[in-house]
Design a protein around this ligand. Structure first.
Ligand code: ZN
Length: 371
């Protein structure tokens, strides 16, 4: 985190990421070396630095690590311009795609590594992976986290959820390994809360620690930056993958500028975010998969993203291909739920969640690493 004005000054005076070096008051462009390709070139990552005339914090902003989640790219392009550089204190380091291979093929994963790239950043590996060599994306992720650690004060990674989904921000729980880390964890958690609130999107907490580590979310971009580098780091979901929702992009650009105001990088009052669905007031939420269908069949959704469903309420009808009900004919939530998004398509299988929802969260926001 930012230690002092002098440190900020030194950092922004010599800000270099890959081949891109910041210059006061303007945009500069370059690349971060990516994976070598067998066909003779390399999949370099584009880097843009927007540097203000005054020193200040450095915000890292990345997008499109999941190649079919494209809306973050126009958000980066719209945010970074000469007007921003003229008003900015500090700098924004932006990488509009972390996955050029996936962007070209409109696929979540790059074709040269079958792992989810957003589960490859440095952090405890699964026992089954211990001893195996790092994969193509794991090597890139390790270098990227090093560059973030060398230069960033804050970090935001832009994603998209299912085709029918609302924009929201995910806030990971801050985990600590020992008592010495614990007080710092509380301060980091408070900073994360304030940063998320400044963004202006609905905020959902990430899964509780055991599920978080089991899903390797501590090895996501922002998970690793938060847990390993102890940087305030957020994941923003911009609605639909594959397509670009213009309203979500506009709201994201406003949200990013609001975070910069909160961080002291821009002046003036927070701007009003373009209308996006908001959850019911007064509940702290965490994300959860579900509900689950009782059998194999076809879904007939009767709610959409942004709907609030009371415990026992119906999310979708469940029918066979002839239109006859399966079981009682419905998929219901067992607890009050705000619908973040419904899964793409209409196929129902046992064990496959049909939606992603936000439910009331009573788990602590700082916690010990699971054993
Ligand atoms: Zn994603």
């Amino acid at each position: 985190m930012l230690a002092s004005r002098e440190e900020a000054h030194l950092r922004t005076a010599a800000l270099t990421v890959g081949t891109c070096s910041g210059e006061p008051g303007r945009l500069t462009y370059g690349i971060f070396p990516g994976a070598d390709l067998p066909t003779g070139s390399a999949d370099a990552l584009p880097v843009i630095i927007a540097q203000g005339k005054e020193p200040g914090p450095v915000l890292w902003l990345t997008a499109n690590i999941h190649g079919n989640e494209v809306a973050g790219i126009p958000a980066v392009h719209r945010l970074l311009n000469d007007e921003l550089c003229g008003a900015l204190r500090g700098a924004v380091v932006a990488l509009p795609t972390l996955n050029p291979a996936g962007l070209r093929t409109n696929k979540r994963r790059p074709y040269n590594d079958d792992r989810d790239p957003n589960r490859t950043f440095p952090g405890a590996r699964k026992a089954a992976d211990e001893g195996s060599e790092l994969t193509v994306y794991e090597r890139l992720a390790s270098r990227l986290l090093g560059a973030i650690g060398d230069t960033a004060d804050y970090y935001i990674d832009l994603h998209c959820a299912s085709i029918l989904s609302v924009p929201f921000v995910i806030r990971d729980r801050v985990l600590y390994r020992n008592e010495a880390q614990r007080s710092g964890a509380a301060a980091l958690s408070d900073a994360l809360d304030a940063m998320a609130a400044a963004f202006g999107f609905p905020v959902v907490a990430e899964y509780p620690p055991s599920a978080y580590v089991a899903k390797e979310l501590h090895r996501s971009t922002t998970g690793a930056a938060l847990q390993e580098l102890r940087l305030p780091s957020l994941t923003a979901e911009l609605g639909a993958h594959t397509i670009v929702d213009e309203q979500a992009v506009a709201a994201t650009v406003g949200g990013l500028r609001n975070v910069m105001r909160w961080a002291g990088m821009l002046s003036g009052p927070a701007e009003k975010i373009a209308a996006i669905p908001q959850p019911p007031h007064g509940r702290r939420l965490r994300r959860q998969e579900g509900p689950y269908p009782a059998g194999t069949g076809l879904l007939d959704f009767c709610v959409g993203p942004g709907s609030f469903v009371k415990a026992g309420g119906v999310v979708a009808g469940l029918k066979d291909i002839w239109g006859r009900p399966i079981g009682d004919g419905f998929v219901k939530v067992s607890t009050d739920a705000w619908i973040l998004g419904i899964e793409d398509g209409m196929l129902a299988y046992p064990g496959a969640p049909i939606a992603h929802i936000a439910v009331e969260d009573d788990a602590p926001l700082i916690d010990a690493w699971p054993a």
